[in-house]
Design a protein around this ligand. Structure first.
Ligand SMILES: Nc1ncnc2c1ncn2[C@@H]1O[C@H](COP(=O)(O)OP(=O)(O)O)[C@@H](O)[C@H]1O
Ligand SMILES: [Mg+2]
Length: 306
């Protein structure tokens, strides 16, 4: 009798707890749905400006900065100012400068993740604000220091660069990115699943998968924002060698910390105080730019002590 009562009561209590849990899940889900709805309903602030001229067959692969000024919010101070720069099709332009000087900001302005506060940026001769956003971002590929990897195979992670790419194209991109040999050493080669956020891979391996993805896209303008920071100098040098040899039609903008990474670029831009402090080849800058020489000397010292 007592046993039966206890059993029934505990069953009822269990049931009540289930109901409470369902309500909790339901209310959480509803709050999440509301927030998601708000995001989806937001009108994008970055849209095509119909009033600006758009030349469809402009100078393919060129990027120009005309008096560019940028601040993150209307009230805050300028991160960049008076940037004037013409980047030719197929050129390799390196960007170097202290941490926080605005290199990533500069990179983000090209695919129009932010709008300039003053001046203008032209891609293929057309103001980025006049491009249909999808068309602009087809032409400009940004490869980051930390790119997202997804919980799927290595092959599929690379293929995100161009859905529908063939096996050969994927493997060619991986070879160019110096990733092919380590991928083949994985337990299932290209079909090895990548663990959550790529934790099963080293930083340099993750970066090379991201680079393969970017190369596979084959867009006209390739921006590397510290995208090779975790590669050793030898692997990095091999990558740049391939880029210079096989990607001559692609405009390469390479942001880097190490002078060793960029000294073979056609031109190197030194950013200081939010603007272009010097621009030229490695040899020219060594002769003419005290800031560049300072960076060079400090990196030599670091190497010596390491
Ligand atoms: N989303 C942001 N909002 C406000 N300030 C930012 C944002 N991103 C970067 N900054 C600021 O802009 C400056 C330049 O940053 P960044 O472009 O990342 O420099 P770098 O890539 O050269 O290290 C820094 O002072 C940084 O604090
Ligand atoms: Mg940066």
């Amino acid at each position: 009798m007592v046993m039966a009562a206890i059993t029934y009561i505990s069953q009822i209590l269990n049931g009540m707890m289930m109901v409470a849990m369902i309500f909790q899940t339901l209310s959480r889900g509803m709050a999440a749905a509301r927030r998601l709805g708000e995001v989806l309903d937001t009108d994008p602030s970055i849209v095509r400006d119909e009033t600006l001229p758009h030349c469809t067959e402009g100078q393919k692969g060129t990027v120009s900065f005309r008096g560019v000024r940028f601040a993150y919010a209307a009230s805050s101070k300028n991160v960049l100012h008076d940037i004037d720069l013409d980047i030719a099709a197929g050129e390799t332009l390196a960007v170097i400068g202290a941490t926080g000087c605005g290199k990533s900001t500069l990179a983000n302005l090209i695919p129009r993740f932010y709008d300039v506060t003053g001046g203008q940026i032209l891609v293929n001769g057309t103001d980025v604000r006049a491009w249909e956003l999808s068309e602009l971002r087809e032409r400009v590929t940004l490869c980051l220091q930390k790119s997202e990897l997804f919980s799927t195979t290595i092959r599929d992670n690379i293929a995100i660069g161009r859905p529908g790419a063939t096996q050969e194209e994927i493997e060619a991109a991986a070879r160019a990115a110096q990733a092919d040999s380590f991928i083949r050493q994985q337990p299932q080669g290209y079909d090895t699943p990548v663990a959550e956020r790529g934790m099963s891979l080293s930083g340099g391996q993750r970066q090379r998968i991201a680079i393969a993805r970017a190369l596979l896209k084959r867009s006209e303008i390739l921006v590397f924002d510290d995208a090779t920071s975790a590669l050793d100098l030898k692997t990095e040098a091999k990558l740049y060698e391939v880029l210079n040899r096989d990607y001559t039609d692609v405009t390469k903008i390479i942001i880097a910390q190490r002078i060793a990474s960029v000294q073979n670029a056609d031109r190197i831009v030194v950013i200081d105080g939010g603007t272009v402090a010097a621009c030229g080849s490695h040899r020219e800058l060594m002769a003419s730019s005290p800031i560049y020489r300072d960076i060079y000397d400090s990196q030599l010292r670091e190497e010596a002590t390491a």
